[in-house]
Design a protein around this ligand. Structure first.
Ligand SMILES: [Zn+2]
Length: 300
């Protein structure tokens, strides 16, 4: 069987970073869309890989973003649903609000893209049976919201605890520890418990973790080229499918792009863009020589 890989980019606009760190979002700009997204398109073009851009429908209200979304489709990329407003507390909303976040997000993105949107990614990687039922009802065929990564889970718990102690409120939700026991390879998710195999009609593509390292942009930036390659190579040896994940801000830089210094709370933004780009490019081209990069909407 051919081994495959996919790469996703969560296009979280900067206001969500202000929110998650409990900062005033008044200074947020559209740089994730206007600068980060085109840099990723250029990078994927150079390496020759198609990607899925998980977008927040609310961002389409910002002038220029709908055209940027269509440009992604024209460049051969897939659009995934990252909900209407990217509510970190999605699993705690009322059933009607939650359903609207999922279904209206998909409908608005599909309208703007002029292409089918069949993939879903939850804000903050939290899912449960009720959310999964909404994801299916809204017409998605796959989900990529499970992130079975103990270091990430523990770090998130630690940061949220520290913020509470400091009297600051993060809008993040920790989610169930059952995620840590979820399968590492793509699986058909159970309707009663999305973190295990079972019948529901929804395919789950967990974000890959190898040798304890999540195969995501922030980890690659922190580890640098050699450390990241070791993790990607470990994943390559183990998994029939690898799901890599980036965020649009992974190719932004505080200094390079003159961003608000308050965003230094997001440590990887302090790294120079050129260095991050070199690391990402190296990993993607290494992997593209060894397995086929596919769009998730093309898999059975
Ligand atoms: Zn997000």
């Amino acid at each position: 069987m051919t081994r495959t890989a996919s790469v996703g980019v969560d296009v979280d606009s900067l206001r969500h970073y202000y929110r998650i760190h409990g900062l005033d979002e008044g200074s947020a700009t559209n740089a994730a869309w206007a600068v980060g997204v085109p840099r990723f398109v250029e990078l994927f073009g150079e390496v020759g890989v198609p990607a899925t851009f998980y977008c927040i429908a609310e961002d389409l209200e910002v002038p220029g973003n709908a055209a940027r979304l269509r440009a992604l489709v024209d460049a051969g990329h897939e659009i995934g649903n990252h909900t209407w407003h990217h509510r970190y507390d999605l699993t705690r909303l009322s059933p009607a609000e939650r359903r609207a976040e999922v279904a209206c997000g998909r409908a608005r993105l599909e309208d703007a893209a002029g292409a089918p949107v069949v993939g879903f990614r939850s804000p903050g990687y939290n899912t449960d049976a009720a959310l999964q039922a909404d994801v299916i009802a809204a017409g998605h065929t796959y989900d990529s919201s499970v992130f079975p990564c103990a270091p990430y889970y523990l770090a998130k718990a630690g940061v949220m605890g520290a913020m509470r102690l400091a009297g600051r409120r993060s809008q993040s939700v920790l989610g169930t520890p059952r995620v840590l026991a979820a399968p590492r390879d793509p699986y058909d998710a159970d309707g009663d418990e999305p973190h295990r195999r079972g019948p529901s009609g929804l395919r789950q593509y967990p974000v890959s973790v190898a040798a304890g390292v999540p195969l995501i942009g922030t980890a690659f930036t922190a580890l640098g080229r050699a450390g990241s390659l070791a993790a990607v190579a470990a994943g390559h040896a183990l998994r029939r499918h690898l799901t890599l994940e980036f965020h649009a801000v992974d190719l932004l830089g505080l200094r390079d792009d003159g961003l608000d210094p308050a965003l230094a709370v997001q440590p990887d933004l302090k790294a120079p863009v050129a260095r991050k780009r070199r690391v990402f490019r190296h990993l993607l081209s290494w992997l593209a020589r060894r397995r086929a990069f596919v769009r998730l909407d093309s898999l059975p």
